[in-house]
Design a protein around this ligand. Structure first.
Ligand SMILES: Nc1nc2c(c(=O)[nH]1)N[C@H]1C(S)=C(S)[C@@H](COP(=O)(O)OP(=O)(O)OC[C@H]3O[C@@H](n4cnc5c(=O)[nH]c(N)nc54)[C@H](O)[C@@H]3O)O[C@H]1N2
Ligand SMILES: Nc1nc2c(c(=O)[nH]1)N[C@H]1C(S)=C(S)[C@@H](COP(=O)(O)OP(=O)(O)OC[C@H]3O[C@@H](n4cnc5c(=O)[nH]c(N)nc54)[C@H](O)[C@@H]3O)O[C@H]1N2
Ligand code: SF4
Ligand SMILES: [Mo]
Length: 761
């Protein structure tokens, strides 16, 4: 590492390298500014970069503990291989990179010849850095139709639903609050206004900083006067400071959304001018929400009628206001309807694309474009073999959803052999996992996934640590470099609403490890040289992608803490959203589609409607007698990113055990005290976590943490680091998804609880 670059300087033998964080270790593309202090080639200190225009030096504990990850004794430092017969056993052999690559290449060629490339699939996870490159491994390296963005995820219950709905209804990328994120001078930017109210719906951004949204900016906005409306079953920190907390029954978001819309419409609080000029289908929407009186909403969702009315009035009559919708909306069968409500509220109040409102951009990014080009490299005959549900379900996935990929429930059914009698069926033989640990975190019914993946002939995974999934299933493991050990670029919101581009600058070497992009290029050259031979280095790759799309290159991005995107308001009036340059939105009608012809064409409702969650006291009253409580799962905590950080000492010290949060009144009813082990059972399965008694949850539901495993326990099968014991996804039903195939109930179901003696009960 040279000190004479725009992003590094040396002081008293300490090299200070400016960089933007992403992953590994896991994170979303917030791209927080860091100064990494390096002495004798070793990371000695992590500091926030005060000049970074978004984070201004602020960091959360996971980045501060970066050295504990980099130098952890369990860190994977060599490629590992194991005989297929030894899956589940700790019988790894260290090999060189070339040996690992030779083995993978030979096996892929054998599978291509024997079974066809369609028998290979890739799996990936949430928006880590790998998210930019993982979708390319399938089509452009392995030559398969079953690659791009395939997840072991029932209902693809994260981001895909929201991205798709935004695409169809607004013709735009993923909407964000206008938190002045596009400007160097941020909150001082001329013309920017502070939102008066913020609806924070099914999201807890202070802990999650999701997709590129710097969660702490909510506090910045509150300090500048923004008032808060939360829609959340839990009394979160933000709910406790909110003007209105709509404490709903998990999974009833569409009812609350229609209730809010009804108040705004019947009390004539909406923006007539915007609705007349720019919205399609207002009358149909008004008709659809008519029956959702505050009283009816209260009956269905348990949200107090007066709180609902107050929130709707405050939000609609205080322009500009804004809002964000979180993963809780994706994680219910009714994700589409809830999303329709969110976007309709923002649209009819006139808050789209105005200062202090909802920021929208075209869903394009330079890396995204490259990704789509590279995904287009399979033959039409191969593309025709793409796995879809042969019974004709999930029509949207048959034509390609916004994020592509094989629908998660369909994939499990396919692996389990459910479609064996259909002409289109073929056996799957190989899987490559890039940035996912499905048995611990992503997969519903994880033990079914485990059994279904076992017969595969060959499984490759890349990671920084051993995981339960790797121990259970992998044949080859490739060790990854952390973001401090490689070069990269950070693209907030994955290019679907990108407020800056940040340079991730390598601060020190770890020669035994590689990044996702380096592995991609290496394997691409071996397996499809015609696509990859022209890439000589990672720097050349980034520079080329940038220059194709902007008037600057890699050095220009590296020269600044963050290259800001700038923003133009009211693009729909100026012809800046549509490819034809006409005013309006980039939808079929040129308007915001409150009545969605596209959704209707996929068998969905054109306007929102309410459907009970599949497992509730209303839809299954008899079952609910046995399972009298609701559960929700997976609220994020600051020291862990999904299944990661369990082996990082200071992060684990902050959160030593998986916690099920229970209201003290309920706990007393079941004889449960703080710290007791509690078994939670749903109609689908059970798991055990430690009781934490708190009024964050009311007396009708509990909150269960997700993605727990125990790196300190025996890793070999059947224990697999205790991955089945506290696994929230044992509770989640398979194929309880929306009409389009999107949305699954990871955050709403029914359960019973009991005190048990240990984690093993
Ligand atoms: N019950 C319940 N389950 C849930 C959720 C919930 O709320 N409740 N949330 C769901 C959601 S929203 C999501 S998105 C999924 C997430 O699920 P996944 O994305 O599968 O997350 P992890 O299980 O943590 O697996 C990621 C693995 O990638 C490794 N890794 C980290 N950084 C990188 C990188 O840059 N490149 C590569 N190649 N690997 C990396 C990590 O070490 C880790 O082992 O979980 C879902 N599971
Ligand atoms: N530290 C950390 N950060 C993360 C992650 C992580 O694992 N750790 N994961 C990343 C990923 S992949 C994602 S998708 C984002 C997610 O980040 P967020 O969108 O903020 O999601 P969660 O924290 O899972 O849940 C948000 C809120 O939804 C509430 N909720 C639960 N059920 C319902 C419901 O039925 N309706 C409504 N309206 N609310 C409900 C929960 O109580 C919680 O407060 O975070 C990302 N950031
Ligand atoms: S949000 Fe936290 S963990 Fe993520 S990059 Fe920023 S400081 Fe690091
Ligand atoms: Mo997610």
């Amino acid at each position: 590492m040279a000190a004479d670059t725009a992003f590094a300087s040396e002081e008293n033998g300490v090299l200070k390298v400016r960089t933007c964080a992403w992953s590994p270790p896991g994170d979303h593309p917030v791209g927080c500014g860091l100064i990494l202090h390096v002495q004798d080639g070793k990371l000695v200190k992590v500091e926030g970069d005060p000049d970074h225009p978004i984070t201004h030096g602020r960091l959360c504990p996971r980045c501060i503990a970066l050295d504990e990850v980099v130098y952890h004794e369990d860190r994977l430092q060599h490629p590992l291989v194991r005989d297929r017969a030894d899956r589940g056993k700790n019988k790894w052999r260290e090999v060189t990179w070339d040996e690992a690559y030779d083995l993978i290449e030979a096996k892929v060629r054998e599978i291509w010849d024997k079974y066809g490339a369609e028998s290979i699939f890739t799996l990936t996870g949430t928006g880590r850095e790998s998210t930019l490159y993982a979708p390319v491994y399938g089509p452009a390296v392995l030559n398969t139709c079953n690659g791009a963005s395939t997840y072991a995820f029932s209902g693809q219950a994260c981001y895909g639903p929201r991205a798709t709905i935004a695409n169809y209804l607004l013709g735009a990328g993923v909407p964000e609050i206008d938190w002045a994120q596009y400007y160097e001078d941020r909150y001082d930017h001329p013309g920017w206004e502070c939102p008066k109210y913020l609806i924070i719906w099914g999201k807890d951004p202070l802990y999650s900083s999701p997709d590129g949204f710097f969660g702490h900016s909510i506090i910045d906005l509150m300090k500048r006067g923004s008032k808060i409306i939360t829609i959340d079953p839990r009394l979160t920190w933000l709910s406790s400071r909110a003007e209105f907390h709509l404490q709903l029954r998990p999974g009833t978001d569409a009812a609350v959304g229609m209730g809010l819309l009804r108040v705004i419409i019947t009390e004539d609080l909406y923006d007539h001018d915007f609705v007349e000029k720019w919205c399609f289908g207002f009358d149909e929407l008004a008709e659809a929400v008519k029956e959702w009186t505050p009283e009816k909403v209260q009956e269905v969702s348990w949200v107090d009628a007066q709180t609902l009315v107050g929130a709707a009035r405050a939000f609609a009559t205080n322009a500009p206001s804004s809002g964000i919708w979180g993963v809780a909306l994706d994680q219910s069968k009714a994700s589409t309807q809830a999303g329709q409500c969110f976007l309709a509220i923002m649209a009819i109040c006139g808050y789209l694309d105005v200062p202090g409102g909802i920021a929208i951009t075209k869903p394009t990014s330079f890396i995204g474009k490259w990704r789509y080009e590279m995904s287009d490299t399979i033959s039409p005959e191969m593309a025709a073999k793409h796995i879809v549900d042969p019974t004709g379900k999930y029509a949207l996935f048959n034509v390609g959803a916004a994020m592509g990929g094989v629908q998660g429930d369909t994939l499990l059914n396919w692996l389990e052999g459910m479609y064996k009698d259909y002409d289109c069926y073929y056996d799957l033989k190989m899987c490559w996992m890039i940035g996912t640990n499905p048995l611990a975190c992503m997969a519903d019914q994880p033990q079914r996934w485990y059994e279904a993946m076992k017969p595969l002939e060959f499984i490759v995974v890349q990671d920084i640590f051993m995981t339960p999934t790797i121990m259970a299933l992998a044949d080859v493991v490739l060790p990854l470099s952390t973001f401090a050990e490689h070069d990269g670029l950070v693209t907030p919101n994955f290019g679907r609403n990108q407020h800056f581009i940040g340079a991730m600058n390598k601060a020190f070497d770890n020669p035994n490890t590689k990044s996702d992009l380096e592995i991609l290029i290496d394997m691409g050259k071996r397996l499809r040289p015609e696509l990859w031979d022209r890439f000589e280095s990672v720097d050349q790759f980034f520079d080329e992608q940038l220059r194709k799309n902007y008037d600057f290159g890699l050095d220009d991005v590296r020269a600044v803490p963050a290259k800001m995107a700038g923003y133009e308001y009211r693009k729909y009036e100026k012809g800046l959203l549509r490819p034809d340059g006409e005013p309006g939105f980039d939808t079929m009608t040129g308007m915001v589609e409150l009545n969605s012809i596209v959704l209707a064409s996929y068998g969905e409702g054109a306007v929102p409607y309410y459907e009970e969650p599949e497992f509730s006291h209303i839809s299954k009253p008899e079952l609910a007698e046995e399972y009298p409580l609701y559960y929700t799962t997976g609220g994020r905590n600051i020291s862990m990113f999904h299944s990661e950080h369990r082996q990082v000492p200071s992060m684990r010290a902050m959160h030593p055990w998986p916690l099920v949060t229970i209201n003290p009144v309920v706990a007393e009813r079941y004889g449960i005290a703080e710290g007791d082990w509690v078994r939670v059972t749903s109609p689908q399965g059970h798991m055990t976590q430690k009781a934490h008694l708190t009024e964050e949850v009311n007396d009708k539901f509990v909150h269960v943490e997700h993605a727990w495993w125990f790196p300190e326990q025996d890793g070999e099968a059947p224990n697999l680091y205790g991955v089945w014991k506290a696994n929230a996804n044992n509770l989640i039903p398979h194929e309880s998804v929306g009409v389009t195939g999107y949305g699954a109930p990871y955050k709403n179901g029914i359960c019973k609880i009991e005190r048990v003696d240990s984690l093993d009960d």
